[in-house]
Design a protein around this ligand. Structure first.
Ligand code: HSE
Length: 303
């Protein structure tokens, strides 16, 4: 008897981009893939092998699918999940968002329900509160988002194709929880103004392709000054990106990955940033990625 298989591919994301703390998010051409069919019991294959994610208790995709099944008043029998994890976990590249978005798309497809923005956020926020990761993972491209009590407002802004993202991934994890715990509850008015001016400039610089403005537009006083103590050689990593031709640089999401934006010299920038981490005895690897414009893609077939 043939079985229905659902396969979802979701892009990595880099949030904040400096001044756009909790606001900007960009989808990147690095993907996690979730292929699932219904079986009795839960069976998870993970590539590369990952004991933690093979445990259903830790697997966000399974949790979301189970939640959506039970929300329909049905019994969750189980699932055979084959997941290919290319987005490093707990590194500020939206790995949790990929699993949540894939779970939501799968659940809505299986239960033949139309996925509205409202339904999406209702479920997504139970598992992660950050639209700046969730939205680009779902919709692709560059997103500006804001969340109120009752509604999430967002826009998609064209991101110049000639800009690539060089992501430099150190070999240590950093939980968003820890990276948020070091932030103050209040900031000086001048720091709020500092970021407001830069975030606005960032959007206009993209629209007008004024790449010379991105360096100043990515400066930040709301999160990076507090988080940088968690990232060895933070300033040097940023400096080495600019010294080698980057047009912008920041922490990626809550870290630990560092991001450079560039239109050329990608490998040179990546290697220089890796070397700056090495000076602090941190191993790192870099990847040169494009902007993903398509977002999550779902395929349903019989096997
Ligand atoms: N904007 C969030 C943060 C993203 O920086 O904490 C978390 O993934």
């Amino acid at each position: 008897m043939s079985k229905k298989v659902v396969k979802v591919r979701v892009p990595a994301t880099t949030a904040n981009l400096g001044a756009g703390f909790d606001t900007f998010g960009l989808a990147l051409t690095l993907y996690n893939e979730f292929e699932v069919e219904e079986i009795e019991g839960i069976y998870i294959e993970s590539y590369p092998d990952n004991e933690y994610l093979k445990n259903p208790e830790n697997n966000l995709f399974i949790k979301v699918v189970k939640y959506l099944c039970e929300a329909e008043g049905k019994r969750f029998k189980g699932a055979k999940l084959k997941q290919t994890i290319n987005v490093p976990v707990a590194r500020g590249l939206g790995s949790s968002a990929t699993a949540i978005v894939a779970g939501i798309l799968t659940g809505f497809a299986v239960h033949k329900k139309t996925l509205t923005d409202e339904e999406f956020f209702k479920v997504a926020y139970m598992f992660e509160p950050h639209p700046d990761n969730l939205l680009p993972a779902w919709k692709g491209g560059f997103i500006t988002a804001l969340k109120t009590e009752g509604k999430t407002y967002y826009t998609k802004v064209d991101f110049p194709k000639e800009i690539k993202a060089v992501v430099v991934i150190p070999d240590f994890e950093l939980s968003t929880e820890l990276a948020r715990s070091v932030l103050p509850d209040n900031v000086p008015l001048k720091d709020a103004i500092f970021n407001l001016q830069r975030a606005t400039l960032f959007i206009r610089a993209l629209e007008e392709k004024r790449f010379d403005l991105l360096k100043v537009a990515m400066e930040d006083r709301l999160h990076q000054p507090y988080r940088k103590k968690l990232i060895p050689n933070f300033d040097k990593v940023i400096e080495s990106a600019y010294d080698n031709g980057a047009i912008g640089a920041s922490l990626s999401g809550a870290g630990s990955t560092m991001l450079a934006l560039a239109t050329e010299n990608f490998d040179k920038i990546g290697q220089a940033m890796v070397d700056a981490f090495k000076e602090a005895s941190i191993k790192a690897q870099y990847k040169v990625l494009d902007v993903d414009t398509e977002g999550a893609k779902i395929e349903i077939f019989e096997r």
